[in-house]
Design a binder for this molecule. Structure first.
Ligand SMILES: Cc1ncc(COP(=O)(O)O)c(C=O)c1O
Length: 429
């Protein structure tokens, strides 16, 4: 006999068992997922919509590198199906160190690499290892999802506003007033959502300020200040060089937490391999967290990633083609927007420097019934069939008109069609 449990989950009212932990209860759902479901609904109703909202890839347009696929398959067939060590398999950890030495010019010692299931578990484990409740995290907006990691750790945040003049990157003056009290500064470059790369002098200044603050603390015995440097898109830059803060200020190696993953750079978001490159004492604290959450990367994927990273030159032709196609789509989009701007339409954008994103701005406040960024987003979706995410979803204040365009599921045809519909909609306003 099967017992139907459905009735036990109905009319539960204020059943105490439903009350969540306060921190979890206060966490809000993702704006991006809400927007994505609205787009699906419009598509289901038969409206033409080009979806530039998700920070992911369509595998039919952007499949993973074929040699990576073969290596995973071979690893599975060879029986790489049991628990990996919580720190990550040795071949992968040493391949990551060699890769950073060759491509980023920073030579980390054994014991500095913590592998995880994508970038998120290492971010969570780093925050969890370093923060006590009430500790301060400083980060610029717009930025992807940091607020959830702050919330999950019951930490406080100091949010630094940025603008288009610095590619939505903070300056040292923006960050400095918060440093004395902070425990973590988080920076992300190339930046989700803006698609920009931090200028070397800005990064050097901020990193040096973090080192200076730690030198002060060393004398007083206060706990150290760390820089969480999220560089998951670093292999996807266009005409700009990505630099680690540790390369610019070597002394900062004691305080920098590099966050990285294959998710974006190999279009492998669902395969879940990421890592942190950190001071060994931080890694030692992260390891049991990753282990007890079971948040390690699958062993076969680790084996295959190690093979790719050990001989990165073999992947270079694939990377060049992949990057070229992403950059082509972003440039097609930005050129289209700029030609509309030159025709006098109220739109502008920044140069795409990295990642899979473009920052675009529509100056439509007070027109066509638009009074906020959500209204702007809804207008672009209903009037132009273009799905984009406003920077408010990344913590920016409302009313700037800045939006993120993501090209991970785009084709040259879908971009052309979207640009045509946008031109039509803007001309009508
Ligand atoms: C800046 C940034 N960091 C980290 C992540 C998370 O990466 P993963 O999918 O490897 O967990 C994302 C994903 O969107 C991201 O945009």
């Amino acid at each position: 006999m099967t017992i139907d449990l459905q009735p036990w989950f109905q009319n539960v009212g204020d059943l105490p068992a439903r009350t969540p932990n306060q921190i979890v209860g206060a966490m809000q759902g993702s704006d991006i997922l809400r927007i994505a479901s609205e787009i699906q609904q419009r598509q289901a109703e038969g409206h033409p919509v080009s979806n530039f909202t998700i920070g992911d890839f369509d595998p039919k347009i952007f499949p993973i590198p074929p040699q990576f696929m073969d290596a995973i398959e071979a690893a599975l067939r060879e029986g790489q199906t049991n628990y990996p060590p919580a720190i990550g398999i040795p071949e992968l950890r040493s391949a990551i160190r060699a890769f950073y030495k060759e491509r980023l010019g920073i030579d980390y010692p054994e014991g500095s690499v913590q592998v995880g299931a994508g970038a998120r578990p290492p971010i969570y484990a780093a925050f969890r290892s370093l923060l006590d409740p009430g500790d301060l995290v400083v980060y610029p907006v717009p930025t992807w999802n940091v607020r959830y990691y702050v919330q999950m750790n019951d930490a406080r945040e100091a949010v630094v506003q940025t603008g288009p003049e610095t590619g939505f990157m903070p300056t040292a003056e923006d960050i400095l007033p918060h440093l004395r009290e902070a425990r973590i500064v988080l920076l992300n470059s190339p930046l989700n959502p803006a698609g920009t790369v931090i200028a070397e002098d800005l990064l050097r200044e901020i990193t040096q300020a973090i080192v200076d603050e730690n030198n002060r603390r060393a004398k007083t015995g206060e706990r150290a200040l760390y820089l969480v440097f999220d560089q998951v898109y670093w292999q996807l830059t266009f005409g700009r060089e990505h630099v680690s803060p540790v390369k610019l200020v070597p002394e900062s190696a004691r305080y920098v937490i590099h966050i990285d993953a294959i998710s974006k750079c190999w279009a492998a978001t669902g395969l879940r391999v990421g890592w942190a490159v950190v001071p060994p004492w931080v890694r030692g604290r992260m390891q049991p967290l990753i282990g007890h959450m079971g948040a390690w990367a699958a062993r076969a994927e680790q084996k295959a990633t190690a093979q790719m990273l050990a001989k990165p030159a073999l992947l270079d032709p694939w990377m060049d083609d992949f990057k070229g196609r992403v950059e082509g789509l972003l440039t097609q989009f930005s050129s289209g927007l700029r030609s509309m701007r030159d025709e006098g339409l109220p739109v502008d954008c920044l140069d795409a420097e990295g990642a899979i994103y473009l920052s675009a701005r529509f100056d439509l406040m007070g027109r066509a019934g638009i009074h906020d960024d959500e209204g702007l987003r809804a207008f672009l979706l209903t009037e132009a069939g273009v799905g984009v995410v406003p920077f408010t979803a990344f913590g920016m204040p409302d009313g700037t008109g800045w939006l993120r365009v993501s090209v991970g599921t785009a084709t040259p045809d879908s971009v052309s069609a979207a640009l045509e519909r946008l031109r039509g909609a803007l001309k009508k306003v």
